[in-house]
Design a protein around this ligand. Sequence first.
Ligand SMILES: [Zn+2]
Length: 185
Amino acid sequence: MRINGIKDHLRKQKIMGKKSTFSAAFASALAPFDKFDNVSVAEAIRDLGQNPERDLNCVYCGDTAATWDHVHRRVIGGEYSGYGHRIRNLVPCCRSCNERKGKRTWEEWLDVLSPPDIEERRNNMRRFLSKPSAAPFTVEDMRRAAPRELSEFLEIRQEVFRLMKKADDLADVIRETAIKAHSAR
Ligand SMILES: [Zn+2]
């Protein structure tokens, strides 16, 4: 370790620095989720060309799966994307692919990996995603169904950010004033 690393700790820590975490929390709260249902999960796994009775493999590279990847990201640019915690948005995935896929789409990630059986993997994913329950459930769908509640929800989010900013400004004043008072002693 070199001395430069200390710089990360020697700076102002703003509440608004956590804004993207809060945005994601609001988006995640809106996102629909499926209840666990053995039959639907087994059917989805079979559509991926895998045996639901056996250990599962990564849909991208074929290694032993260790986690579930959200095929479509739930949050894009701080907003709910239309895709949630749903059976047809979750695929078995190895740790390496889950960490490295990042913001890429499943198609882009398959292209990066270019496994020898890429065509078969593409077809599996397309079959998996072709079912009605894989379709997005958009903010517009929500607005049509519950316009008043959605507006209020979005206003609350704005208000939370406004209060976070206000608290940051107050923290500046408190800190600066206290430091001045301290050094005047
Ligand atoms: Zn993988």
